[in-house]
Ligand binder design. Structure first.
Ligand code: COA
Length: 150
């Protein structure tokens, strides 16, 4: 498997990005400004991550997704470790990521990658998404922000 940054002329894998974020509009907004990493096997895109410079010395992972047939094999972890390495190389001091209160396995993964929870934005998903989102039998209402110093 190979992880590489897409150049601006290449089309990002929208189907994969939609696994992590149901809003095509939001995806298009951050894709325009961020770097898109893809994980490929024999040229087939099986994972994606979008890294965005948000504020001074800080980058945020806006989207990370792995094709359902390849999940649980360490690819998401490798994409996140790659993003951390890129952020360090570029001289940023903080990397952050947000997820929903109902995203139990994502919260596990991000903490295993070194992120700590720092903030809860109550009802973020209720305010920003037109449809109710449920995962693991829990309504996704609140956005948990996790950060890691580099
Ligand atoms: N308790 C403890 N650890 C858990 C867990 C749980 N309930 N659920 C998952 N994990 C751990 C796994 O054990 C593994 O860690 P390990 O390598 O130390 O064993 C890690 O989380 C999963 O790592 P990995 O195999 O690299 O994840 P992945 O390739 O399946 O990618 C996602 C993870 C989230 C990107 C992928 O599942 C996905 O695309 N999901 C849909 C899109 C999405 O939700 N994106 C994130 C939006 S916030």
């Amino acid at each position: 498997m190979k992880i590489r940054k897409l150049n601006k002329k290449e089309k990002p894998p929208l189907e994969l990005l939609l696994l992590a974020d149901p809003s095509e509009k939001m995806i298009k907004d951050y894709l325009g400004q961020g770097d898109c990493l893809v994980a490929e096997i024999n040229g087939q895109r099986i994972g994606v991550l979008v890294l965005l410079h948000t504020k001074s010395n800080t980058v945020e992972i806006m989207n990370v997704a792995v094709d359902e047939g390849y999940q649980g094999k360490g690819i998401g972890k490798q994409l996140i470790h790659n993003a951390i390495a890129i952020a360090k190389e570029e001289g940023h001091q903080v990397i952050e990521i947000g997820t929903g209160n109902s995203s139990i396995s994502q919260l596990a993964l991000y903490q295993k990658c070194g992120f700590r929870m720092v903030e809860i934005d109550h009802d973020f998903f209720v305010r920003n998404y037109s449809e109710d989102i449920y995962e693991n039998g829990i309504q996704c209402r609140d956005r948990i922000r996790l950060v890691q110093e580099l």
